[in-house]
Design a binder for this molecule. Sequence first.
Ligand SMILES: Cc1ncc(COP(=O)(O)O)c(C=O)c1O
Length: 354
Amino acid sequence: MSRVEHFKFSHTQAVDGTYRHVTELAEAGLVLQTGSTPNGRTVEIQGKSYLNFGSCSYMSLEARAELRAAAHEAIDRWGTQFHFSRAYLQCALYEELESCLGSMTGRPALVAPSTSLAHMAALPVLIEDGDSVVVDQFAHASLHTALRLVPSAPLEIVRHNRMDRLDPILTRLAPTSQQIWYVADGLYSMLGDFADFDGLRRLLDAHPKLRLYVDDAHATSWAGARGRGVTLEHFAADPRVVVVLSLNKAFSAAGGALALPNEAMKRRIRRAGGPMLFSGPIQPPRRTRSDAPLRPIAPTIAARSGPSPPTTSRSPSTAATASTTAGTRLSGTRRARQRASFSGARRSATPRGS
Ligand SMILES: Cc1ncc(COP(=O)(O)O)c(C=O)c1O
């Protein structure tokens, strides 16, 4: 089966269109600005002060003294960069960070240099020969880009949050698919609405082959128990759901983090996920949430186990961005192993921190 492409533009037409659109916005003074933000609440551009509705730092944690001090400490301890590919040698901050994120999410956590690179590492490993993919039309551009690294998987784009349309697609794909991956955002960067978590729960119950891969970048840190985002509030214990958090936005550090259902899946992505092997590390000062500062902040996060946010509220997020870093497609048949890891997870998926 081939890919279902609803929008047919040539590559150069797409680049030209993007260029024209961004140029118009830049000329209107809406994008590509240079400025500063003295306090997070306002931005200064060419001597004028504006109210800030465009940042993704929803908690202004970057202003906290502990985080700043820890960034200095990390430079003193590790230098401005740790000059190894993580494939060869990782500095100890990674282990600390993944352990802290494990406590925060209740799942094995695997950190990548960015959310986009986390998708590029994980999706080609998770989606196997014989699997199909359905992606929400407004899933973040980095997901659409990463899915291009798996060209052999039949892919369909479904209208935004339309569970009524997804349901018959799953029924149709089931006889010819080993697994069907639904790829979505937890909190949509383009629209500011949430995924239909109740609808997805019903579909998971009705379609045993369904797997979810959810990018919860915009809900990380401010939503959910310990700031684990909104998706894990619904699916932390479900071995069929992979969740990705951002460490760049409200978390105020750097990178992306996969919250995985089991250790076997983590090991597999760490060892075979393209950017895990060819990409550089997150530099030490940017990993400061793993160092001393997470300790003072951790109780704050741990204490914050309030109710899930309403499913219709809007986030202050700005338009999505795309990353076009090339990745590698890893070949080979690993179905049995991954099936085992899913079912192993089913047996041992009790979240540690939830
Ligand atoms: C939902 C979502 N996912 C992924 C990304 C890309 O994040 P990163 O810059 O960490 O690759 C963004 C960027 O804004 C985003 O909004």
